[in-house]
Design a protein. Structure first.
Length: 222
C-alpha cells in the first residue's frame, strides 16, 4: 500500500521544521559560553586531613570576556560566568568567589618549566587572620598550545593541556605567593560539555537517520 500524500507531507514538514529550529540554535550558539565538568580527589593527609576528599563540579567561561587583570604580562585573570564545587559532599558557597587564570609561556607552578595553562580557582573558606583557603584545578601543557592570554574559544586545547592536577592552598595574608601553604594535592578529570553547535550537528545526523529509516519502511510497505 502506497503512503498517502498527507502522511508524506506531514513527515516532510516536521523534518523541515526540526532542521530550521536546529539551524537557528546553531547560529545562536556561536557566542555561547563553554563549560568543563571536573572531578577528582584531594589528598590532605600531609596537612592533617583525610587521604581521600572527593570533589566534583563545573566552571563556565565566556570567550568574549576581557581579563580584569593582566599582571605579570604572561598571566591574565578572568571572572567565571558560573561554577559549582562540591567537596566531601558539601556544596561550596559560590559567593566566596572563583576565577580563571590563563597562562602563556610562564613557570606558573614553580617547577622550572614554562607552560601554557588554564587554572580554575574557587574559595573554600575566608579568614582574614590565617588566610583564605583556595581550591585549584589546573590544566597545563607545552608552550606551543597557544600564544595568547585570551580565554579559549573551543575545546581544542584539551588535547594539548594533558597535565591535570588539583590542589588546596592556604593563601597567607600579606606574605606574597611564595609563603602560601600547600595543604594537599590530588587528581583531576575534566569533561567538556558539548557546545550547542555540536549538539545540533548530532541532532541533524539523527534526523537524517530517522528520515532514511522512514523511507525504507515506506518502500517495504509499497
Amino acid at each position: 500500500m502506497a503512503p498517502t500524500r498527507t502522511g508524506t507531507f506531514t513527515a516532510t514538514r516536521l523534518l523541515l521544521l526540526s532542521v530550521s529550529v536546529l539551524v537557528g540554535v546553531a547560529a545562536a550558539a556561536q557566542a555561547s559560553p563553554l563549560t568543563l565538568n571536573f572531578s577528582g580527589s584531594l589528598d590532605l593527609s600531609a596537612s592533617g586531613g583525610a587521604a581521600d576528599n572527593p570533589f566534583s563540579g563545573f566552571f563556565t567561561w565566556d570567550p568574549a570576556k576581557a581579563p580584569f587583570e593582566s599582571d605579570p604580562p604572561n598571566l591574565a585573570m578572568y571572572e567565571v560566568e558560573a561554577y559549582q564545587l562540591i567537596l566531601n559532599g558539601i556544596d561550596i558557597d559560590t559567593a566566596l568567589g572563583g576565577g580563571l587564570f590563563v597562562i602563556d609561556d610562564a613557570d606558573f607552578f614553580g617547577t622550572g618549566t614554562d607552560v601554557d595553562a588554564l587554572v580554575f580557582l574557587a574559595t573554600i573558606e575566608k579568614n582574614a587572620i590565617t588566610g583564605d583557603t583556595l581550591f585549584i584545578a589546573a590544566l597545563a601543557g607545552p608552550t606551543s598550545t597557544w600564544d595568547t592570554l585570551s580565554l579559549p574559544t573551543d575545546y581544542g586545547f584539551l588535547s594539548q593541556l594533558t597535565t591535570r592536577a588539583s590542589a588546596l592552598s592556604l593563601e597567607v595574608p600579606h606574605e606574597g605567593d611564595e609563603n602560601d601553604i600547600l595543604l594537599g594535592r590530588g587528581s583531576l578529570v575534566v569533561t567538556p560539555v558539548p557546545e550547542p553547535a555540536t549538539l545540533t550537528l548530532a541532532a541533524l545526523g539523527l534526523a537524517g537517520a530517522v528520515a532514511r529509516a522512514r523511507r525504507g519502511r515506506q518502500r517495504r510497505d509499497q
